[in-house]
Ligand binder design. Structure first.
Ligand code: ZN
Length: 405
């Protein structure tokens, strides 16, 4: 429906739903200001959406039957659970976190599924699907529609086809198509984004104050991976292969890597190498946490190992900064618990030859420790970057509404 001059009307159901998806709850007056339209127009649209059970006052829960009374004018309006829900699965090294949420990103429920770091991709997906189905079954009937699920696997995956393409670096996930498994398992849209980029987006969402323009998050664990968030968008590359920092070579004469290159950063700063060097100098097979505790207690042998790992990361990041010009780099992952033992040599190596343009204002800080709730929230928010949830919500509920808007 358009005006005589062909300008679409403002304050349509689609615009109201999209605004509430992106901005969270709003009063009618805020909606009118945000959409630059009149209060009566917004009141009409909101009344229609309330009647359809698509919106509800923020104080009500999803269990409240739709259409039970109208919201007082000053109450914030949010999308009702009847408008649909979305899901998340985050495959970390030693656990999978799943969750459900409202379409605007509010988390409904989460569950943590511990697993062995040797667990295969199919095993991890199977347990995640079972847990997601259980969380769905816990919701009061009638079940709202699942509009999509965001999946963050800890492997190199083509985010559009679902193929695992890490070669010898991701054998635990070989022979499985992650997209197909989730699409068939849940019958809904699937968005794939690997764990490193999910971690970067979750850290971005947890920052306080003005957001950085170009955030890099480096995860130092058994893998070494980079995630980038530029102007609030996750940078995935053409296929979802951006950020494989661990297989960037810092020494063309270095040790051979399982990816068949020489001198990959992974072989200097990955937890496996740290543990092997720790075993050699201490004569004991330490756990990663034990090695970190010794380094934090000032054991020179361990401090030296973690320092070399940090310096190697700094050297690789110097090249990354020349290419990407970040304003904030967050260092996370399990090695980051060593704090300044890793960070100081990392900063030294990075800034030693830094060009002034990126080096002058660049901050390097430890990443925050995030709760399962925060990680699921990041997945739910990331889903809307790839899925038009406003259209999905309206189309599933009343296709005529979409056509009219
Ligand atoms: Zn490699």
């Amino acid at each position: 429906m358009a005006t005589r001059r062909g300008i679409p009307p403002r304050g349509t159901p689609f615009e109201v739903v999209r605004t509430l998806l992106e901005e969270g709850g709003m009063h009618r007056a805020e909606l009118a200001r945000h959409l630059q339209t009149s209060r009566p127009t917004i009141t009409n649209t909101v009344t229609t959406l309330l009647d359809q059970g698509m919106l509800e006052p923020e104080s009500l829960t999803g269990e409240t039957a739709a259409g039970e009374g109208k919201a007082p004018l000053k109450e914030k309006l949010v999308l009702a659970r009847r408008a649909g829900i979305i899901g998340a699965a985050i495959h970390q090294d030693d656990s999978t976190i799943v969750g459900l949420g409202e379409v605007d990103g509010r988390v409904i429920s989460t569950r943590s599924l511990p697993c062995s770091s040797d667990a295969t991709g199919p095993e991890r997906i199977s347990s995640a699907l079972t847990a997601l189905r259980e969380l769905l079954a816990e919701l009061p009937a009638p079940h709202p529609q699942l509009h999509g699920v965001h999946v963050a696997p800890n492997t190199l995956v083509n985010r559009y086809t679902g193929e695992v393409l890490g070669g010898a670096t991701s054998t635990r996930w070989s022979k499985v198509n992650i997209r197909d498994e989730y699409e068939e398992g849940l019958g809904t849209a699937v968005v794939l984004e690997n764990l490193a980029r999910h971690a970067a987006y979750a850290q971005y969402g947890a920052l306080e104050g003005p957001p950085p323009r170009n955030l890099l998050h480096v995860s130092l664990s058994f893998g070494v991976a980079l995630g980038q968030v530029f102007d609030g968008r996750i940078i995935s590359g053409a296929h979802g292969g951006a950020g494989e920092l661990g297989h960037v070579s810092i020494d063309s004469n270095g040790p051979i890597c399982r990816c068949s290159h020489r001198g990959c950063l992974f072989n200097y700063a990955g937890a496996e190498n740290v543990l092997e060097e720790s075993r050699i100098v201490t004569g004991t097979a330490l756990s990663l946490d034990e090695a970190i505790d010794l380094a934090l207690a000032g054991d020179d042998r361990l401090v030296s190992i973690f320092s070399r790992a940090g310096a190697a990361v700094g050297m690789a990041l110097n090249s990354v900064c020349n290419l990407m010009d970040p304003d904030l780099i967050l260092i996370g992952g399990r090695l980051s618990r060593a704090g300044d033992v890793v960070l100081d040599p990392l900063r030294d190596a990075l800034f030693r030859n830094a060009l002034p343009l990126f080096g002058r204002d660049l901050r390097i800080e430890p990443a925050a420790t995030l709760t399962d709730q925060a990680l699921v929230h990041a997945s739910l928010r990331a889903l809307r970057l790839d899925v038009d949830l406003a259209a999905a919500v309206l189309a599933a509920h009343d296709p005529a509404t979409v056509a009219a808007s």
